[in-house]
Design a protein around this ligand. Sequence first.
Ligand code: NCD
Ligand code: ZN
Ligand code: ZN
Length: 430
Amino acid sequence: MNLLVRGGRLFRRGAFEAADLLVREGRIEALGPPGSFPPSGPAVEAAGLLVLPALVDAHVHFREPGLERKEGWETGSRAAARGGVGTVLEIQNNDPLTTDPDRLAEREARARAKSIVDFGLYANLLPASRVHLGRMAETSPGFKAFLGGTIGHEGIRDSATIHALFAAAAAAGRPVVVHAEDAGILAAAAPERPAAAETVAAATAIECAAATGAEVHLFHVSAGRTADLVEDARARGLPVSASVCPHYLLFTEEEVRSRGAWLRVKPPIRGRADRERLRAALASGAIEALTTDHAPHPREEKEGPSPPFGLPSVDLLLPLLFALRDEAGIPLERLLAATSEVPARLFRILGKGRLEPGADADFVLVDPERRFGVEAAGLSSRAGWSPYEGREMRGAPVATYVRGRAVFDRGRFASAPHGLPVRLEGPKIR
Ligand code: NCD
Ligand code: ZN
Ligand code: ZN
């Protein structure tokens, strides 16, 4: 089926241009100046709207199987589509962890049955998964390592195990994606989670990348000093990259003190100087990518006596880009790259993150001027609350298309599951 998207301003190769887009069989067939394509068949009128590549969020938790009461693929993928996200890369950090190909296949079957957006599923990097990495590398975009304690799991503490697992990941040819907080420092400093926990774990990961040849991606960088380590590693030519999340760029520890559990997240939101350094690192590209770390926990648990760590936000990713542009002065072009072509490149995802002929027709229509107030009732995540509640934002998607089909359109979602596993370039075996 053909679809013509006409009259919009399209984001392509780092800039905006007036252009029409022709979709055929779920792929972009051609792009051209306004009026290039004779109207024949269905058209999407994009006058007054931006046409952006659907975002690629490289770090979400949908918690299925095991903790569907907190999210699951149905609500999680709707939240993604509402946030302008056409592809999620998902981490399983509750039992059963993805330590072998059967468990990976089971996760995939569930996502296929329920997701309205496309998806990649990280496998877990643990001693138990080591012998299975080669097989899992066929379909998994990366291997998730816990360097330090995170939800449900003690971190891998000893450096011999870390080194061996990074070497195995390098041999399997997929990146190691890292939660970097050193377990020893966390234990010694509890209940604080000092920046040193992050920098020590990040340095370990970077040195293991250097020693084993593993590609390493550091998730949710929270400390300015970690950005320095990443910049230094890249200057050394190491295959190291990193991502930051909107909450580290929009809040500081002052708000954490006043809002308590509602901003409780691992690693923690830090001070103003860290926030400034992270903003500058994202703006310069030293930190290349931006992800949500969508970490849904129900309101009752956040209000309870020992609130879990984590913040939902995939519902709002596109508006958050506009907030980062308006409040942090980061160019929108850079923010869009950090949430589309950069993650697609880092994880070698084919056909995503760019509006180019031959790519999947994954795009978002947005009216950048229309403002709205964030209300929990207007979100799709099962979490039922948002750290951004009450905030005035702009840039909510009008519609999100995945492979030529509207999975979200003016408040309505595709009823049938439409999501497919991402296509990956082959493993990079050195
Ligand atoms: C995440 C979660 O809830 O799954 N929580 C968090 O505070 N970031 C886990 C994680 O990303 O470490
Ligand atoms: Zn984490
Ligand atoms: Zn996470």
